[in-house]
Structure formats: structure tokens, C-alpha cells
Design a binder for this molecule. Structure first.
Ligand SMILES: Nc1nc2c(ncn2[C@@H]2O[C@H](COP(=O)(O)OP(=O)(O)OP(=O)(O)O)[C@@H](O)[C@H]2O)c(=O)[nH]1
Ligand SMILES: [Zn+2]
Length: 221
């Protein structure tokens, strides 16, 4: 038995993890909803027994604790207020499209608790005041919403809606392109199928030409 896991396991460490999603520093807001690591461990031990494994054999004895820590990390977004990500905005007198493409996304589908992963493309047209946010904040927003049990459609809309609410831009477009392990590893077993979801708000929803311009930049190779 190695028992050499070094991942954090105290409440303080989970607090730090949640804070990192927001500001990248080891400071931040307190954990609002602590993760019950012991309860996850107990449940994972039960699952191992239920599938016919011996949870006490050498390779598995640390597994419930490892899975508990992994889940705390994977679901850290549940302990973060996404609005915190967008507290810093800047004046830029820029009213044209701002687009960040190919943001890596990994989330867990809430139906099977299996991963789905791919890319997010996020664009917005700043409002009349021309206020913008840091580019990294768009990626942080994806992280906060992705680190929750999700369906791809809701993940896509949540990103778009929060940007609309906090930046008050003229429009937002969010496209996610992901592969779902629940379709590859089990069930229909079709690997390589990609699911594309979009959330389009404001002028980008109303104006086909503006939307087409944004789409052409998103799709440009
Ligand atoms: N719309 C949507 N469906 C999803 C997402 N992730 C997984 N699913 C689907 O959720 C559905 C759950 O369907 P159920 O019939 O309740 O579950 P199931 O018997 O495991 O379904 P199969 O995967 O078809 O075997 C499946 O069709 C999955 O492909 C997602 O992000 N969005
Ligand atoms: Zn699934």
C-alpha cells in the first residue's frame, strides 16, 4: 500500500481551492457548503462492494479517500459565487466584439456523473460604456460553472446569462463543443460524437449579420 496521496483534504484546503477558481490566489471567501468527505468515502466503499470488488485490497484501500478529494475538487464550483469572478471590470472605450476561443472545458454530466469535455468560445459586445473584463475571467467563469454536476445546455446558458447580468454588454455569444463520456464509455458507445450548444443574447440574438460575423470568427481555423 502506497498511501502517498498529497492532495489537500482539510476544510481549509477546500476553501483555498474554491477561492482559486475566483481570483487565482490562496485567499478568498469562506466555504459556504463544506464537502462531506467522510460521507463520500463511505459511499464509494459501498459502490466498490456493490460491483464485486474488495475495498480492502491493497490497490483500493485508499480509493474512497482519493475519490472524496477528487470530488471535492471536481465540484468546487458549487462553493463559489460565480458573480465574484466578474467583480473587476475596466473602461476601454471598445464597443466591438471581444472573443476568446478554445477555452478548455471539463465538466461532469449530472445524469451519469461521467465527464464531458471540449472547448468553449465566448464572445461579447461591450455596452455603450465600453466596459470590459479581464480575458482570464471568461475562462474562470467556465471553470466555476463546469465544476458542478451539469448538462451542457445549462452550462452554456449560465455563462451567457451571468455575462449579460454583470457586464451589461450589448450582446453575448457562448458556444460549447464537447464529447460526452456517457455516450462513449457506456450506453450507445459512440465515441467522437461532438455536441454543440449555443447561448446567444442581446443584439447578437436579434441581429443576424452581427451574429454571423461573430460565428465566422469562432469557426475560423
Ligand atoms: N441534453 C443533454 N443530455 C445529456 C447530457 N449529458 C448526458 N445526456 C443524456 O442524458 C440522457 C439520460 O437519459 P436516460 O434515458 O434517463 O438514461 P440512460 O438510460 O442512461 O440513457 P442512455 O445514455 O441512452 O443509455 C442520455 O440520453 C444522455 O445522452 C447533456 O449535457 N445534455
Ligand atoms: Zn451522461
Amino acid at each position: 500500500m502506497s498511501g502517498s496521496c498529497t492532495e489537500p483534504d482539510s476544510d481549509d484546503s477546500l476553501d483555498y481551492l474554491a477561492a482559486r477558481l475566483v481570483n487565482g490566489r490562496l485567499t478568498g471567501r469562506p466555504v459556504e457548503q463544506a464537502v462531506d468527505l467522510a460521507r463520500i468515502e463511505k459511499a464509494v466503499r459501498e459502490i466498490l462492494i456493490a460491483v464485486g470488488e474488495d475495498p480492502d485490497r491493497d490497490g483500493l484501500v485508499q480509493t474512497p479517500a482519493r475519490v472524496a478529494r477528487a470530488y471535492a475538487e471536481i465540484f468546487a464550483g458549487l462553493r463559489v459565487d460565480p458573480a465574484q469572478v466578474l467583480t473587476t471590470t475596466f473602461e476601454a472605450n471598445h464597443e466591438e466584439l471581444v472573443l476568446v476561443r478554445d477555452i478548455d472545458v471539463t465538466s461532469l454530466c449530472e445524469h451519469h456523473l461521467l465527464p464531458f469535455r471540449g472547448s468553449a468560445h465566448i464572445g461579447y459586445l461591450p455596452g455603450p460604456e465600453g466596459r470590459i473584463t479581464g480575458l482570464s475571467k471568461l475562462a474562470r467563469l467556465v471553470e466555476v460553472f463546469a465544476r458542478r454536476p451539469q448538462v451542457q445546455e445549462r452550462l452554456t446558458s449560465q455563462i451567457a446569462d451571468l455575462l449579460m447580468a454583470k457586464l451589461e454588454p450589448r450582446g453575448v455569444i457562448v458556444i460549447l463543443d464537447c464529447e460526452h463520456m456517457c455516450m462513449a464509455m457506456r450506453g450507445i458507445q459512440k465515441s467522437g460524437a461532438s455536441t454543440i450548444t449555443s447561448a446567444v443574447r442581446g443584439v447578437l440574438q436579434r441581429d443576424a449579420k452581427t451574429r454571423a460575423e461573430a460565428m465566422s470568427l469562432i469557426l475560423r481555423s
